[in-house]
Design a protein around this ligand. Sequence first.
Ligand SMILES: NC(=O)c1ccc[n+]([C@@H]2O[C@H](COP(=O)([O-])OP(=O)(O)OC[C@H]3O[C@@H](n4cnc5c(N)ncnc54)[C@H](O)[C@@H]3O)[C@@H](O)[C@H]2O)c1
Length: 328
Amino acid sequence: MNILITGGAGFIGSHLAERLLNDGFHVTIIDDLSTGSATNIDSLKANKNFDYYFESIFNESLLRELIDKTDVIFHLAAAVGVFLIVESPVRTIETNVFGTELVLKYASLKKKRVIITSTSEVYGKANKIPFNEEDDLVLGPTTMGRWSYACSKALDEYLSIAYWREKKVPITIMRMFNTVGPRQSPSYGMVIPRFVIASLENKPIPVFGDGLQSRCFTYVDDAVDALILSAFNDISVGKVYNIGNPEEVSIRNLALLINEKVGSHSRIEFIPYSKAYGEGFEDMQRRVPDIKKISHDLGFQPKHSLESIIDRTVEYFRKMKNSTIVTK
Ligand SMILES: NC(=O)c1ccc[n+]([C@@H]2O[C@H](COP(=O)([O-])OP(=O)(O)OC[C@H]3O[C@@H](n4cnc5c(N)ncnc54)[C@H](O)[C@@H]3O)[C@@H](O)[C@H]2O)c1
């Protein structure tokens, strides 16, 4: 069976590619390396079942040709990361909306199976915890660039559902909560890599706001399990699922836990949101997934606790410490 992963040289895409190759699939990736990296797929290049194209999904003729040869498409290519979203809102909206539109358009020609990766950001400022797939999405004003990511991904969801209802393209939408693990870049605002690197270097750990905002973290292997379960299961067609681990931690306590695991004495430096992201930046206080639907339909349960996620991430960045890690 042939699998296409858009954004396959990215953090999650490269783990997904590795797992699918190990499971015996033929995997092709397309990635423009805008936030991904060629080194993420170094270990895969020798595999005879692996093809890669360092190209944009906006290369329509190539995208069409690849989709044509594919049985299942995992669409991960997107503009991601809070820094990128705040700095480049045009790129964020265009990549996410038009990129997904192209994937769906070409998938619809031969009704290919498509897994769309969305995000917990679509819940926006909703404060009913935990977040359930049927909840209202509460997005901020259009004048606040930060919401353009959530909005672009929400539009991807509407469009995907529309392709399912109107054109019978078998899609599934996976709303991913914060996913972490080896190869995640610290460069675009991802919190755990930034904290781990600061702690390993005994530098101040930059906590935005008062640090009382909380998040739930999913280990990348668990996220990959969920993506694969959804793709090879008819029950998930036309549906939206949260992928996450409901174990919640405040960002301040996360910094303390990372310091403890690293054995570092880095101090916590509280940075106002306005300094980190500009005036008027809004954050969500809590973001907890309700995973009843995915566990009922697909039998998904996250296997990795927060402690084990941090242990593994610390180990990875310790090994990387002598190579060049670019922090913003
Ligand atoms: N990591 C998380 O915590 C998280 C949370 C929610 C949702 N997601 C979603 O999961 C998906 C993968 O995210 P990730 O964390 O691996 O980020 P990532 O930045 O590592 O992966 C995205 C990949 O898409 C590629 N890309 C961007 N524009 C492209 C284009 N025009 N053509 C081809 N490739 C392009 C990038 O180079 C990158 O390799 C994204 O859709 C993201 O929205 C991730």
